[in-house]
Design a binder for this molecule. Structure first.
Ligand code: BGC
Length: 365
């Protein structure tokens, strides 16, 4: 692991970057500001390195990262809570509304703009663990929550993100990673030609443009939401389909098929998605133990200034945010993201990369 100084964000202590490399030419970089993933290098089919995640140039920009959520570790709760409230053990707790009357990604003081501690890592482990103590009442949620996020880079070309949470009172625990991927490179324009396969027979339709689900699971068959056979993200994104009009393009939670077993049989994860960029020859697989995945096609990006002076326009990156379904804490029909007091919860998501240019069993790190 290599630690470098990123800079000092306003009002914050020194911010660091942590880089991991594997044997095949992959590199990933994370920061202790927000436990954000800032950089993912994957060699393309010709062996040229491409940075496949969108990001910012400076810690100052990450300190203000409450809109795009580039690379973010989102918590305590990813996605929306209707009425910015949740009822736990008969008591109503209020969050800050930051999207109309609702709460998105836990509000204006998200975990992605906090300073995290870095845990000592064993020499032989190619990983970094960030620790955050989130006090009782933080963002409106009850319980002192201790959260650890570990990013590991394996020689199987996987980024394994593991979240461990334990709280001293019942609370919501639904973290996710909000990276925007562009498998042609973060500076290569839109992701509309990427071919996406989603292992999802259904999705959770939203009531209206506020994007709170109705509570139903709707069949994707015969709709623009059907990605089971693989299709370009751009093919139907502007179709005359009410769900897509509500959200201005794909911004929906898909229900991962529970029989969708990952090739990676060691951990019992489900395969949620496969994305292929034929121009770069880079493929990404997404495996998780969570029931849902939010496909967000970067519809709201507007010339966002990013790394290396690049301006990220509409649909220049896509997110596959593994999580419980939106508003699940308030929706009895959905699996619950509520954890009990003093019962640790561990959850894992894997982003695995494939490319002809990835050396197999190379020279070492
Ligand atoms: C949401 C989008 C939102 C984006 C950035 C996604 O998880 O579903 O509606 O624009 O995050 O905030």
């Amino acid at each position: 692991m290599n630690r470098t100084i990123f800079g000092a964000a306003e009002g914050a202590q020194e911010v660091s970057l942590f880089t991991l490399k594997n044997r095949n030419g992959m590199e990933i970089t994370m920061s202790d500001l927000g436990a954000v993933l800032t950089r993912v290098i994957v060699p393309d089919q010709e062996g040229h390195p491409r940075d496949v995640v969108l990001g910012y140039e400076s810690p100052e920009e990450y300190r203000k990262n409450t809109n795009t959520y580039f690379g973010s570790t989102v918590g305590r709760n990813g996605n929306r809570l209707e009425g910015a409230a949740v009822t736990l053990e008969g008591k109503v707790y209020h969050m800050t509304p930051n999207e109309g009357e609702n709460n998105l990604h836990s509000g204006p003081d998200g975990y992605q703009i906090r300073m995290w501690e870095v845990k000592e890592t064993a020499e032989d482990r190619n990983e970094v663990t960030f620790v955050l103590e989130s006090p009782d009442g933080d963002q409106g949620f009850p319980g002192n929550l201790k959260l650890e996020v570990t990013y590991a880079l394996t020689d199987e070309n996987e980024i394994r993100i593991t979240y461990k949470g334990v709280s001293d009172a019942e609370t919501v625990f639904n973290p996710t990673n909000h990276s925007y991927f562009n498998l042609g490179g973060h500076d290569s324009g839109t992701i509309l030609n990427h071919v996406l396969t989603l292992m999802a027979d259904s999705y959770t339709p939203v009531r209206d443009s506020a994007s709170i689900p109705t509570g139903e699971k709707a069949d994707v068959t015969g709709t623009p939401m059907d990605f089971r056979q693989g299709k370009a993200i751009g093919l139907d994104i502007d179709a005359d389909f009410q769900q897509l009009q509500y959200t201005g393009g794909y911004d929906h939670n898909f229900v991962i098929n529970q029989n969708s077993v990952s090739d990676d049989t060691t951990t019992g994860l489900y395969r949620a998605a496969v994305v292929v960029c034929s121009e770069s020859g880079i493929t990404m697989e997404v495996d998780t133990d969570r029931p849902g995945v939010q496909l967000y096609a970067g519809n709201f990006l507007k010339e966002e200034p990013g790394k290396g002076g690049v301006k990220y326009g509409k649909r220049c990156g896509f997110c596959l945010e593994t999580q419980y379904f939106p508003n699940a804490a308030n929706e009895p029909a959905f699996a619950s993201p509520i954890i009990k007091a003093n019962e640790p919860c561990v959850t894992e998501t894997v982003y695995r990369f494939k490319s002809q240019g990835l050396k197999q069993g190379g020279e070492g790190r």
